[in-house]
Design a protein. Structure first.
Length: 380
């Protein structure tokens, strides 16, 4: 089976520096270098489509633009690229969400994927009027997905749950195809929800041994539910023609981290209720030293950014080898990003993907493109 690669739409802004934000922390000033206009995001999306990324992840939160509206607009500037839209179940009714997804599928020709984000920061959830605690939010997510999936199957739904209640709910038109559901979470209850409801379980870029443990955990829970789940990983990438060039770029990024910004971001992230975020913080401990936590796996991004905080750093051959290492564990989908997102998409797409294709691990999902991707001048 060909590996699947997704890229990222930086709806919090883009830069040659790391743009922070997420998990209750605001986007850093670098996000103003390249504002997240529809024109710029469409440029990234078109590059990703040409290079062979299947889809693009769009985040959710107070620190970025709304994912539903942004992707709906950007979709008009692409033809085949899918949109992995992150959304939080507590902010919209399940019937309306099912209808929105169905509409998105029809209007884009079936190009919607859904990334369900339960929300690990109570203080941010409260700003949106959601006052449930973390475990209750996960239980609500389970009810939400049960309703949505039943509606997508054309069923009439009556449910009186702990947190959600619908009566005589149904869709006039069901989506075709039904959107696949992506989901991540490292707490025990998150594993239970994943096992029952999701198609793809996503983990952040932890070292392979920790990723293997997560895969075994979720796979075992899913088996008890009589289901199988696919697995994906969320990583940044810094890939160049040589390892020296790649690490020079990583060190340049690290040198650009203002100590006060690092201190402020780390203090904010320390409040996080997310088990996944706690695991990300443990990889670097707020320290600038010893950031290569596994060969070619660098934890520096997490010093100033919430959520995904690790990057694959190295030559194209080395990055390809690390991808193969994760694939051997059971990872089939890779959700990647890099700063700036336009240029880094080309570095990866023209440097790493051909190497994986030569080994029979990847093929362009859309076949040969009629218009070759424009060449972007790179500077290291």
């Amino acid at each position: 089976m060909s590996l699947t690669f997704h890229w990222f739409l930086p709806t919090n802004g883009d830069s040659r520096h790391v743009v922070g934000g997420g998990h209750g922390t605001p986007a850093t000033a670098f996000g103003r270098n390249r504002p997240p206009t529809v024109a710029y995001l469409s440029q990234i999306a078109r590059a990703a489509e040409d290079l062979g990324f299947v889809g693009v992840l769009t985040p959710t939160g107070a620190w970025c633009e709304d994912a539903w509206l942004t992707t709906a607009m950007v979709s008009r500037h692409t033809e085949r690229l899918k949109f992995l839209v992150a959304f939080r179940p507590g902010f919209v009714s399940p019937t309306l969400a099912a209808q929105m997804a169905s509409t998105f599928q029809r209007q884009t020709g079936g190009r919607l994927l859904l990334n369900v984000v339960t929300g690990g920061e109570s203080h941010e959830q409260r700003a949106y009027g959601d006052f449930l605690d973390k475990d209750a939010r996960y239980r609500r997510t389970g009810e939400f997905l049960q309703i949505v999936r039943d509606l997508w199957e054309g069923k009439t739904v009556d449910l009186s749950g702990e947190h959600l209640q619908v009566e005589d709910a149904r869709l006039a038109r069901v989506p075709d195809p039904v959107p696949e559901v992506y989901f991540g979470g490292s707490s025990p209850i998150a594993g239970e929800i994943a096992a029952r409801h999701v198609d793809v379980y996503l983990t952040w870029g932890e070292p392979p041994a920790q990723v293997a443990e997560k895969i075994a955990w979720v796979r075992g829970l899913a088996a008890k539910e009589g289901r199988t789940v696919r697995f994906g990983i969320r990583l940044h990438v810094i890939t160049r023609d040589t390892a020296e060039q790649a690490w020079t770029e990583a060190h340049k990024i690290l040198d650009g981290f203002d100590p006060d910004t690092v201190k402020s971001v780390q203090a904010g992230l320390a409040r996080s209720e997310s088990e996944g975020q706690r695991r990300m913080l443990a990889l670097h401990g707020g320290n600038r030293e010893d950031l290569e936590i596994h060969p070619n796996l660098w934890a520096g991004i997490g010093l100033v950014r919430g959520g995904a905080g690790t990057a694959l750093v190295g030559s194209h051959d080395e990055v390809a080898e690390r991808i193969k290492e994760y694939h051997a564990l059971g990872i089939d989908e890779f959700v990647l990003s890099g700063y700036p997102h336009l240029e880094e998409a080309y570095w990866f797409g023209e440097g790493v993907l051909p190497r994986l294709a030569a080994q029979g691990l990847w093929q362009h999902p859309f076949g040969p493109t009629s218009t070759p991707a424009a060449q972007v001048p790179f500077t290291s």
